[in-house]
Each structure stands twice: as structure tokens, then as C-alpha cells.
Design a protein around this ligand. Structure first.
Ligand SMILES: Cc1ncc(COP(=O)(O)O)c(C=O)c1O
Length: 384
């Protein structure tokens, strides 16, 4: 990137993960050009939308998919579909979990701990100006707390929505067996399971996080990386549940849904995101994580690295972060210092301390060396 002062920056933010292909990737540019020349909006079903749908269904192993323009719409429509299909209206979400701006999903998205109640039975913290309905909030990686909510209220609960790997609190990995436990509880209590893969998606691997972890949700939300940097999102899943849209119980409309330019983005990303290409980027990411971990040990810094797929972060605590409360106990002052340190030295990572870097298909060994050497210089400064 070049900023307004003409300063060259190494971009590791990559559009919050949407720029997985890299900026101006020739395949994305070429597909987009073809779409531009063919006309950008017809608001009818089209061969390009059919092509994109087939690619997404095949890749992510789902029966049906529908396109939207943002992750916010994708999570909103997935939740609405679950409500319409089940005839129930309450939902369950993770404390600290971010899923965009639909009213129910803003509940306890990074809440103030003063308002959040006990860690194992958090309160639902409602944002001013929203009208969320009934939203239960549970800690990530805690099956006991989830089972309690399900046991008491399953008759009113339509769905449970979560990121399979939390990527809005740095990176928080699910404990071994947690997601399978979630799947089993949803099945036992008749609750629809929605995975928000807006951030994981193709950055988690060629078929997303659900496939990688081996737990299939009922509905999935996709955005960011699947569109090659064009405004695009999608939701889909089991045909039976998606039937709530086709039989008109839930209305899904939108002028720009499935427009040819966005469909060109899907087509390009599907061509680009081969096992080999993503594997190469992941290997570079793993190398960065290993080398930075070694620096953390060498300088005995109170930090650790976490990675998933092509994403990584440094979390400023000695202990692993398993949920929102652990995350809130990390050192935000050093995290901010680290962000500014890199920015002042020509590396831009996402401007929220809760984000992570992305090693795109365009990054190479040279960029990994810049990232690692920058972290070493920070470690030296912190210890001097
Ligand atoms: C997990 C998750 N879900 C949904 C959204 C909302 O996506 P959008 O910004 O495209 O509305 C985001 C945005 O960062 C996200 O991280």
C-alpha cells in the first residue's frame, strides 16, 4: 500500500481478510473486467450466479446457497431463516462474538465487563438503539453453560450462531471436542446450528473451518475472502432449512444480490484457491508464527502466538485465551504499542487490536522476513 504521504506500507491487514488473493490479483481483475464488459446488473437469475452457486456449494459441501452483499446481511438472513424454519424466535450467541450489525447479533458483542455478569452465566448486554428480541449469551468453549441454556429454554430457541474459530478476539481456537459437543447438543435439543464463517471461510483452508475441523453446521455464513475483494456475502446450508425461503416463509430480496461483478469475484477466488496455493500461504504463515514464538521465548515476553489457516496473531498474555473473559484479561497497552510500532515502521496490520494478520496468496518469503524482523526489533526495544 502507499499512503497519502507517499509512504510504502506492507499490508498485512488485507481488507480484514477479504483480500486473500492479494491486491489487483490478475485473475480477479480479468474476471471482473469480463463481467464489467458484459453488464453489471440485470436483477434476474443468470448463468454467472448459477456458476458461482455451484462452485460455493461444491467447495463448502452445502446443498443450497443465496447471495447477499455483506456479512451483516448473511448472518441476519441465516438467523431469520432458522427462525422461520423452526417457528421459534429466541437465539443463542457467544459472549464477545461479533457477527455484524443485525440487532440480535449486537447483543454482548464485546460488552463492557461491568455490565456482563458472571463468567459462566453472562448477562445479555443490549446496545442502545437496538431491539434484539430474546438473545441468550454463553461463553465460548463451555459446553456446560450451553447445555444449561438449552435445557431450560430449548422450546423457544431457534438457533445457536458462532464462529467456529473466534476471529474477532485475536484468534481463539475451539477446545478439542468443543464443536462436536456443540453439534451434539444442538441435535439433542432440536436447535439449528449456524457457523459464521465470514472471517474464517477460505482463510481457514480450501473448504473453510467447518470442513477442516470436521463438524458440519446446518447453515453457514460466508463473506470477505470468497469475493476476491468485491462486495459479496452468502448464506446457505441444508436444503430442508433453506426451504423456508423457497416456500416464502422468510423473504430474501436485494437489488444487488448475486450481481455479475460479485459473481466474477467468486469465480476468480474459486479458481485461485487451490489446495496448493492456500497450502503455500499457510506454510509461510506457520513459519512466521514459529519464528515469532521463538523470539517471544528468547526475550521472555508475556505473549504467545495463535494461528489458523493463513491468519495469525500475537496475544499479549502468557496463558491461552479460551473465551471473551480471558481475552479481556490480556495486555491491551502492549498490544496497542505493538500495532503502532509496526505502523511507524511500515507494516499495517488491522486497526482493531482484536484482529489478526493475513498472509495472502501474494505475500512471499520477503514479507515474512519483514514481519518477523519487525517483531524482533519490538522485543529488543521492550527489553532494553
Ligand atoms: C465474524 C463476522 N461476521 C459478520 C461480519 C459482518 O460482515 P460485514 O462487515 O461484511 O457486514 C464480520 C465483519 O467483520 C465478522 O467478522
Amino acid at each position: 500500500m502507499v499512503d497519502v504521504d507517499g509512504r510504502k506500507l506492507l499490508d498485512l491487514s488485507m481488507g480484514f481478510g477479504a483480500m486473500l488473493a492479494g491486491h489487483l490479483n490478475p485473475v480477479v481483475v480479468e474476471e471482473a473486467k469480463v463481467a464489467l464488459e458484459g453488464g453489471t446488473l440485470f436483477v434476474t437469475p443468470s448463468p454467472s450466479a448459477r456458476d458461482a452457486s455451484e462452485r460455493i456449494c461444491k467447495r463448502f459441501g452445502i446443498d443450497q446457497v443465496r447471495f447477499t452483499n455483506s456479512g451483516t446481511e448473511a448472518t441476519m438472513y441465516a438467523v431469520r431463516t432458522a427462525k422461520a424454519y423452526s417457528g421459534k424466535s429466541a437465539i443463542v450467541k457467544i459472549e464477545g462474538g461479533y457477527h455484524g450489525s443485525y440487532d440480535p447479533l449486537t447483543v454482548s458483542a464485546k460488552p463492557d465487563l461491568k455490565l456482563a455478569g458472571p463468567a459462566d452465566a453472562p448477562y445479555s448486554v443490549v446496545r442502545a438503539g437496538t431491539n434484539p428480541g430474546v438473545v441468550f449469551v454463553v461463553p465460548f468453549n463451555n459446553l456446560k453453560a450451553l447445555e444449561k441454556v438449552f435445557a431450560e429454554d430449548h422450546e423457544s430457541i431457534a438457533c445457536f450462531i458462532l464462529e467456529p474459530v473466534l476471529e474477532n478476539l485475536g484468534i481463539v481456537l475451539p477446545d478439542a471436542g468443543y464443536l462436536q459437543g456443540v453439534r451434539d447438543l444442538c441435535d439433542r435439543y432440536g436447535i439449528i446450528l449456524i457457523f459464521d464463517e465470514v472471517k474464517t471461510g477460505l482463510t481457514a483452508g480450501p473448504q473453510g473451518a467447518a470442513h477442516r475441523i470436521g463438524v458440519q453446521p446446518d447453515l453457514i455464513c460466508l463473506a470477505k475472502s470468497i469475493g476476491g475483494g468485491l462486495p459479496l456475502a452468502a448464506f446457505g446450508g441444508k436444503k430442508e432449512i433453506m426451504s423456508a425461503i423457497t416456500d416464502n416463509r422468510m423473504a430474501h430480496f436485494g437489488t444487488f444480490n448475486g450481481n455479475p461483478l460479485a459473481m466474477a469475484g467468486v469465480r476468480a477466488m474459486d479458481k485461485l484457491c487451490t489446495v496448493e496455493a492456500l497450502g503455500k500461504a499457510e506454510a509461510l504463515n506457520n513459519q512466521a508464527l514459529t519464528r515469532i514464538s521463538e523470539i517471544i521465548s528468547e526475550f521472555q515476553l508475556p505473549a504467545h502466538t495463535v494461528g489458523f489457516g493463513v491468519k495469525g496473531c500475537v496475544t499479549w498474555s502468557k496463558d491461552p485465551v479460551r473465551n471473551y473473559r480471558d481475552y479481556k484479561a490480556t495486555d491491551f497497552q502492549v498490544a496497542e504499542l505493538s500495532w503502532l510500532w509496526s505502523l511507524n515502521r511500515g507494516i499495517i496490520t488491522p486497526p482493531g487490536l482484536d484482529e489478526q494478520w493475513l498472509i495472502s496468496l501474494a505475500h512471499t518469503q520477503a514479507e515474512i522476513d519483514i514481519l518477523v524482523n519487525d517483531f524482533r526489533s519490538l522485543a529488543v526495544a521492550l527489553r532494553s
